[in-house]
Design a protein around this ligand. Structure first.
Ligand code: ADP
Ligand code: BMX
Length: 291
């Protein structure tokens, strides 16, 4: 059984053919279209999957946003160019004629990463630090999605009541400070207008403001992890997303977490599947729900 897996993020769209042993046999990636009308997203998805889908028997989507009944609803529409609703599963079924499923990107990644955990770990949280900040919660060995699909949306918990307004409508969310968009939005002077990747490159060369922006993100994430430990008693937090996986980021988070009282500390690790965690988690979800 070959699954066409897709990962829809605020910055990039990825697709892969994944076999029953969860091996990736082909993979493509394109930027998320800048003008994100439903038509633009549909056209980009068509371009992405056309070379792949004829070899697949089913599809599986990991997507940014709250995913319920195959429909994407943004909690932070500004992450997705203002796109608030998109009928993911219907669009892909029409495009490919295949049966398929969809779930949130961080929830999918949590599922894939949990497969790699030692059996003693029953409670785990995955956090993506990427365009936004997303999360997936494993409790007692099972992925929790919630009745409304919202479980794990830890990017929208409060980091600073005096912080920036988040695209979700709240003020001071973790995402508004720690995410790629949050880092870029706070940049001033010679860093103004740069994306988070470029700001990390400046930080690596010791640029004072860039270092401060990266530290602010890592400190905010560490506090979030302490909150998640209190809420879920997680034995492990796995960090992914291009910012979460960036050189030196995890050790920074670790050093801020070490400043918290011991009850709020937990083991941290980088996503074993790196940038493929969402794709593989979606394929696993399809194996459990379709095959
Ligand atoms: P998506 O949000 O689409 O899943 P990513 O996980 O790649 O995509 O996250 C995109 C964010 O990560 C952007 O803000 C981008 O600037 C930033 N980014 C990409 N590569 C790097 C890198 N090597 N170091 C730091 N930040 C990066
Ligand atoms: C936002 C939210 C989450 C998502 C997270 C990471 C939207 C469109 N997305 O908090 O559902 O998991 O971003 O998304 O409201 P990414 O695009 O950074 O991977």
């Amino acid at each position: 059984m070959i699954t066409l897996a897709m990962d829809i993020g605020g910055t990039k769209l990825a697709a892969a053919l994944v076999d029953s042993a969860l091996q990736i046999i082909a993979r493509r990636e394109i930027p998320t279209p800048a003008s994100q009308t439903p038509d633009a997203l549909e056209a980009a998805l068509r371009d992405l999957v056309t070379p792949l889908w004829p070899q697949a028997q089913q599809f599986a989507i990991a997507s940014t946003g709250i995913i319920q009944h195959g429909v994407l609803t943004s909690i932070n529409p500004s992450n997705l160019g203002g796109l608030s609703h998109f009928p993911l599963v219907d669009v892909l079924t029409t495009l490919t004629g295949l049966p398929g499923v969809a779930l949130n990107d961080a929830q999918a990644a949590a599922l894939a990463e949990y497969q790699q955990m030692p059996p003693a770990i029953r409670d785990m949280v995955f956090i993506t630090v990427s365009t936004g900040v997303g999360g997936g919660v494993i409790q007692s060995g099972r992925l929790v999605t919630g009745s409304g699909g919202l479980t794990g949306h830890c990017g929208h918990t409060l980091a600073d009541p005096n912080g920036p307004r988040c695209g979700c409508g709240r003020v001071g969310c973790v995402e508004a400070i720690a995410s790629g968009r949050g880092i870029a939005a706070a940049a001033e002077g010679d860093l103004a207008g740069l994306d988070a990747k470029a700001i990390f490159a400046h930080a690596a060369r010791g640029h004072e403001q860039a270092v401060a922006l990266v530290e602010r993100s890592a400190r905010t994430l560490a506090r979030l992890i302490a909150d998640l430990k209190a809420l879920t008693d997680c034995q492990r937090v796995v960090i992914g997303g291009s910012i979460g996986l960036a050189d030196g980021y995890l050790p920074r988070v670790q050093s801020y977490l070490a400043q918290e009282p011991s009850a709020y500390q937990t083991e941290l690790s980088s996503a074993r599947h790196q940038g493929n965690a969402g794709l593989l988690g979606a394929a696993l979800w399809a194996q459990g729900n379709l095959s």
